[in-house]
Write a protein that binds this ligand. Structure first.
Ligand SMILES: [Zn+2]
Length: 502
């Protein structure tokens, strides 16, 4: 008997309305058919709008003479494609912690929290549930290890910003593989409370590594931290010999994680995150988004090759939400300037962060003009460079609109004259995101699926049954976004304001 998608995973709106989704009968059906997925790999590209995937497909045809990997994957007979509704409990536009928590606990929650309701009710997480069954776990990311998306699979916490606490929780949970950035939440020199988490991880039997070479040589439980904060944007790593030799790519980290997890007799659950497409979106930085999207798709190839050979692995590939709303616009007579616009990204060699680290956050127009020529190979007109310099003094010519008032959004607006790409904002957006899946039960990911239902699917694939409590929006609203202890923020949130909630 063929399983019904409706039986296993919920239809849009049910969980948000507080209705539970029955799993008993399909669970029995799954075990009867002996199709438990031994492993699950959940690949998330944070903040990817579909336009970026389309631009990368065309960018790679221009630059490399070939289609992008994810675009070719869409056409393979062994995958199922669908869409995901990404909303959170309190907004149609989710943040990354509520989005990841929807996968991590099967419940939509308040933006900014991790698997917890605003009244303090903790939700049991996916990693806690699978670890009870002896299933091994891993988190791989290009963000700080303690950032919202990886944390959402593992930790219940009042705020995503308590990253110092999240670093401790990973240790107490004994997660098998942790690879990413975020030294500031592990190192005694950088932590506010001066705890030396690296030593604690070593005492707990982890190999602790800080470079690509050390990672490649490591065995057993592994903590790899390769930067003080997020790993560099791919465009910056590629253009720096020093970074290239020290910092592994997402594909290299994924390959290492799979080599360590694959021997497990009870299987494993691995989350792989390409986390910085989202940051490129927040920065309205087109080249940063495109290069990090390619970085993510390179890691997908590693995951899919593993799953095709293994044949017992469910792979889910998706985004948690979109960010920035960049679109390549029709430009010129018969739109014949648009292709050259995207082509200009091939010549770009740095992220905005690197450019403004070089010239400072309040450059004059000449400095802007020179730096954009040097790093992005674009000759800004004087009035365009002046607009950027004015934005640096909080006087953007675009400030009448709420969504393009800052330095980066103003730069993106004038660069759009050349790239033909304009952003709607530097914020998350609410569009449905793509889901591509393969392996056992992947056919259930067809159609439009709400984010929280992927929790049900992953648990059902492992033959685990669990329901977290439901809280309505009206009840959650009484507690607003939850109360965050000031002392906890002081101890555990060693972040610049610009880093909060991204
Ligand atoms: Zn974000």
């Amino acid at each position: 008997m063929k399983l019904s998608r409706r039986e296993v995973i919920g239809k849009g709106g049910l969980a948000a309305a507080g209705l539970s989704i029955g799993l008993t009968s399909p669970l029995k059906a799954l075990s009867r058919r002996g199709e438990r997925a031994k492993n699950v790999i959940f690949c998330v590209v944070d903040g990817m709008p579909l336009q970026v995937m389309a631009m990368v497909d065309h960018f790679q045809q221009i630059r490399d003479g070939k289609r992008s990997y994810w675009s070719t994957l869409l056409d393979e007979p062994f995958v199922t494609n669908g869409l995901q509704d990404t909303r959170s409990l309190n907004s149609i536009v989710t943040d990354s912690s509520a989005a990841s928590s929807a996968w991590g606990s099967g419940r939509r929650i308040w933006n900014g929290q991790l698997n917890m309701y605003p009244d303090g009710t903790e939700l049991k997480t996916l990693f806690q549930l699978v670890q009870e069954k002896g299933i091994r776990t891993g988190l791989v990311t290009t963000t700080r290890m303690t950032h919202a998306t990886p944390a959402g699979f593992a930790v219940s916490c009042e705020s995503r910003n308590l990253e110092g606490l999240i670093a401790e929780r990973y240790l107490s949970m004994n997660i098998d593989v942790l690879l990413g950035g975020g030294d500031r939440f592990f190192s005694t020199d950088r932590r506010q409370d001066k705890k030396d988490l690296y030593s604690e991880y070593l005492r707990a039997g982890y190999a602790v590594v800080k470079s690509k070479a050390e990672m490649n040589a490591a065995r057993g439980k592994l903590l790899g931290i390769f930067d003080d904060t997020h790993l560099p944007y791919s465009i910056d790593r590629i253009n720096s010999a020093e970074l290239n030799s020290k910092v592994p790519t997402l594909a290299e980290m994924t390959s290492k994680a799979l080599s360590l997890l694959k021997g497990s007799s009870n299987g494993f659950l691995l989350q792989v995150e390409g986390g910085r497409v989202d940051h490129g979106g927040h920065s309205t930085d087109l080249a940063a988004m495109i290069y990090d999207q390619i970085e993510f798709e390179d890691a997908l190839r590693v995951v899919v090759d593993f799953a095709l050979e293994d044949e017992e692995t469910l792979v889910i590939i998706t985004a948690d939400h979109a960010c920035g709303g960049p679109s390549l616009n029709g430009a010129g007579s018969n739109y014949d300037d648009s292709t050259a616009g995207l082509e200009s990204v091939v010549r770009m060699k740095a992220s905005y962060d690197v450019i403004f680290a070089e010239i400072g956050r309040t450059p004059n127009a000449n400095q802007v003009k020179d730096a954009i020529k040097k790093h992005l190979d674009i000759d800004l007109k004087n009035e365009e460079a002046e607009a950027v310099a004015r934005a640096a003094e909080n006087d953007s010519p675009f400030k009448l609109g709420s969504f393009a008032t800052g330095l980066y959004t103003t730069l993106a607006m004038v660069l759009g004259n050349y790239t033909k790409v304009v952003f709607t904002s530097g914020n998350h957006t609410n569009e449905h995101v793509l889901v591509t899946s393969l392996g056992p039960h992947s056919e259930l990911c067809a159609g439009l699926t709400e984010n929280s239902s992927f929790f049900d699917l992953m648990l059902a694939s492992f033959e685990i049954e669990h329901k977290n409590p439901v809280m309505s929006y009206e009840d959650a609203k009484k507690h607003r976004g939850g109360r965050i202890d000031d002392e906890a923020m002081r101890l555990y949130c060693n972040l610049d304001p610009i880093d909060l909630a991204h």
